[in-house]
Structure formats: C-alpha cells, structure tokens
Design a binder for this molecule. Sequence first.
Ligand code: CMC
Length: 435
Amino acid sequence: MRESKAKPSGSATLTYDNKKYEFPVFSGTEGPNVVDIRKLYGDADIFTYDPGFTSTASCESDITFIDGDKGILLYRGYSIDQLAAHSNFLEVCYLLLHGELPNKKEAAAFDHSITMHTMVHDQMSTFYRGFRRDAHPMAIMCGVVGALSAFYHDSTDINDPRQREVASHRLIAKMPTIAAMAYKYAVGQPFVYPLNNLGYTENFMRMTFSVPAEEYKVNPVLAKALDTIFILHADHEQNASTSTVRLAGSSGANPFACIAAGIACLWGPAHGGANEAALKMLEEIGTVDRIPEYIKKAKDKNDNFRLSGFGHRVYKNYDPRAKAMQAQTHAVLNEVGHGDDPILKVAMELERIALSDEYFIEKKLYPNIDFYSGITLKALGFPTSMFTALFALARTVGWIAQWKEMIEDPHQKIGRPRQLYTGAAQRDYVPLTKR
Ligand code: CMC
C-alpha cells in the first residue's frame, strides 16, 4: 500500500456566508501547494467549480512532475532530456512502474517477462477480421485492448498484486503486437509474429514493416529514434487520458478495460490525435508562402481553426519533449534522405513565424511534441492513421503505472465529481394529451 508523502504546510481560510472555514494546505516535493477541500461540502454545503480541472489536483502521485513555466518534465525525478539521451524505453517502463532504475538483474528479469508476453492469443487474429479494412487503427485498438479482459481472465483481479503485475506486463508487451496487427490488417498483409531475440522497439518495427517474402533488417538509427519517441510519450502526469484511466479504474474495472478507456480519450484531436492533425495541417499548408494565411486563420476569433501542435494546457514554455523530438526528426530525415522534405521546411518556417508573432507570444503558445512527432513518424514509414496508435502504445506504461498507484492508494475512492445544476427546477409531469 502507498503511504501519503504530502507534508502539512499551513492552512487556508474561506469566508462564505459570514462564516470562516479552515482547510489544511499540503506540500509535495515540487510544484504548487494544495488546499485540501475534502471537507468543504460537508462543512459549508458548497462545491468548488472547476470545469476542465485547471486548478484541481485529483490525486497524490509519485510518478511524473511537470513544471509548465520552466518547461521541465521529470519521470520519477529524472529529466526527460537525460532519459531520452541515455536510457531506453523498457528501462523507462521499469522506472515508471517501480519508481527506481533497475539494476542489471532487475532489468534482465523485466526484459525477459515483457518478451515472454509479446504474443497475443491466437483467436485474437480472428477478432480483427470483424473490422472493416478501412477501420481507423485507434478504433481497432479500443476494441482489441478492451477485449484482452475476455482473453486473459487470470489477470483481472485488481486486488491481487501478482495479477496486477501480470496484467501490466501483458499490456506493455502486447501493445506493439496489437498495434502492428492493426496496421497489417489495414494494408492487407499477413500478421507477423514477434521474434524474441529482438528488442522491444526493433520487434515492433519488424512486426509492422516486414513481409514474409523478404528478409527485414532493422535500421539502428531509426530504431533508436522510435525508441526515443516512445520514451518521450511514456507518461505525462494527470492528462485527459490518464485521468480517464484513473476514473475508469476507480470503480474497480479491470485494467484492460481501463486502458481501452484511455485509448478512447487519447484519440481526440486536442490530445493524442494532434500528431495526426499536425501532419495533415502541414501537408495542407504545403508551401512556405501559404503560412501567413494559416497564421491569420489561427488568430481569427470567428474561425475554429487552431495551429495543431501548438499550445499546451500545462506548458507555457517550450515543451521539453518537443526539443528532444526535434533532434530525432533531423536524425531520421538525414538517415532516410528526406533532409530537404518540403513538409519539414513548412514546419521550421511555421515554428519561426509563430514564435515571433505577438498573438502566440502573448498566449505562450509554443510547439508541443506533436508538432514534430508527425513528421518523424511519417519519415519512419508510418501512415498518418497510425500516429495516435503509436502514442497509445508508448503511453500504456504511464497509464498502467498511474492505475497501479491509484489501486495501491488507501485513500482511493470512486471518482464522482459534482456539478453546478442550471436545468429546470422540480416540476410536475404533464400528460401528452395536455401538451
Ligand atoms: N492555435 C491558435 N490559438 C490557440 C491554440 C492554437 N493551437 N491553442 C490555444 N489557442 C488560444 C485559444 O484560442 C485561447 O485564446 P483566447 O484566450 O483568446 O480565447 C488561448 O490560446 C488559450 O487556449 P485554451 O483553449 O483556453 O487553452 P487550453 O489549455 O484549454 O488548451 C490545447 C490546450 C492543447 C487543447 C490547445 O492549445 C490546442 O487546442 N492546441 C492544438 C491541439 C494540440 O496541439 N494538442 C496537443 C497537446 S500536446 C499532446 C498531448 O498532451 O496530448
């Protein structure tokens, strides 16, 4: 069980209806203090109102920290820049799940367990055939990941720590297989089984891009870039999809169902769907001379258009993931010979113009990770429709680490927000004949 590590650091007073109410204030390791208002409704008979949770801490967590003003992202205290430069995705998975970097023995045991869970139940291949060939990979991922609970009953008891661990390993291990199968199904090629002597990311590339008719060699530069992309997407504090996973899990739902809920939330264009939207936007702009037209649209209050890949709820500075991503974008484009890709030129110029435009400066709208990830994934050979599926693959470890932390928190309660009701007051039913 997880013990609370929050430290009392004073109190806050609320005056309401001529009465004073005291609430404890707590400090964490970093970030703003929180006012503990759990007794507010019971004591003062009012709710707080915070649509979109812009000022609400929904939980206590030890996993990920973001300082949006300084552009800092830490996984278990380690900066994303250091992890992207020196670690690998599976080590980051271990770190997120267990809180510490593994020693050699722990790393070997973890890698072995993940490798041994990469295959999916053979009957799952028939499950795919129920989808139309043109189904979006995220639609397939939602369905197939949710269906894992029907295939792996022996790891759905959330009260058993061993079953929680097996479910976690299964999800991390099977996600690449499930995503690669979604791709293969869409392009009409045979599914490729995982190969245990390959690393996590190499295996995923082989399952995605190889065909039985030809030998496939993994390009180490591209594999390193994709592995870094996975590290950059692994967790991001209490974002919309993670909060969805926690909320779904708070009712006691099984882990596979919770992760399917996270995938559904991630799909939206304001969240994980932005990488797909950003690349489509860059392709639509097409040439550098058309950028001013799109900047104008983005600034127009009467136009719904937004620059995809710009802005973030938390980062009011350069997204630190975007910086690490930019380096990988160049590495990949140089390797595959697309260094002078016109889309990259549009991206660089759009970034330059937006960063010097008063509207974007004033609103602190910087490029986020999705601005660069789309270009990189395209150069790696992935179709646009797979971009968000890759995000889901990488974020699964974050979701599962947060889900596990919630289950192990003795203060955990079912998530149940309240509301400011503005509908009709109580009234009497009028029979149809009298309406
Ligand atoms: N282009 C133009 N204007 C923008 C943009 C944009 N991309 N983003 C925000 N604004 C404006 C917005 O119109 C608003 O202006 P005003 O104050 O005059 O009404 C102001 O900036 C604040 O925007 P907001 O919508 O209140 O901010 P938010 O924190 O609710 O939204 C966001 C954050 C990421 C949803 C938003 O910036 C956005 O829609 N960006 C484009 C989509 C995108 O790139 N999403 C990926 C996020 S990073 C990956 C992830 O974590 O999933």
